[in-house]
Design a protein around this ligand. Sequence first.
Ligand code: NAD
Length: 256
Amino acid sequence: MGIADGKRALVIGVANDRSLAWSITQELKNQGAEIALTYQGEALEKRIKPLAEQVGAKVIGELDVTSDEQIESVFASIKKMWGGLDMLVHAVAFAEREDLRDRFLNVSRKNFARALEISAYSLVALARAAEPLMETNGGAILTLSYIGAVRAVPNYNVMGVAKATLEACVRYLAVDLGPKNIRVNAISAGPARTLSSSAIRDYYSMAHEVEQRSPLKRAMKTEEVGGMAAALLSGLGSGVTGQTVYVDVGYSIVGV
Ligand code: NAD
């Protein structure tokens, strides 16, 4: 018996086998869930298909979170396929590469708005689309954040502002959806080498520092994000909502 036996999970944000969303997908599969994946654009479709085959997941369609039409179409397909939804994973973020280096002060109005739209507003839009599919049996929604939401991490810049917004969205969504037994949480993950993090200047030297300073004296393993995600999304997390849970080998508790 897995903790996600018989559950239906939609995972948004797998780009390749390094993606945190992929670790979550694998753990949900190990725990017995049925999984649907989306992809952002045709180029990623080719990468996602073989991964989906590995875990017997359904590739449900293209989803760029800035498109209301694509959101509508993906949730219509989920409704048709499963009738409802138990788990939604949002592992999506974007900022222009030029804004992930040097001074935060220089971010343009346009780039600021785009980073917040894709990285934070998208959770609201997806939660709204998921609500009717979760309201009969309850459900759980999970997003991914980073410590740059609450500390000024060098070069993280506008993405930190987007993550702060995202964490606030988690709390407000938890209040709105709680009466329907739909829980909303975030995992604040430690550094992991992925497509997204490679855009942040000096991210890996910072990751090295996390290893040195964290209580566990090692890097976070992406499977550890998968494990906590499965717990928060399943019945094991039934009393937890509106929270940002740190899976960061303890780095966030340490002072100099
Ligand atoms: P990743 O590059 O594998 O995943 C990012 C995903 O966002 C990709 O699948 C990409 O297609 C998707 N995306 C970007 N813009 C999109 C759009 N407009 N529509 C739909 N999808 C879009 O990198 P990752 O590190 O696994 O990132 C997943 C999440 O984890 C992000 O929210 C990231 O901020 C967060 N996170 C990452 C780290 C880390 O160190 N890698 C640490 C903490 C939190």
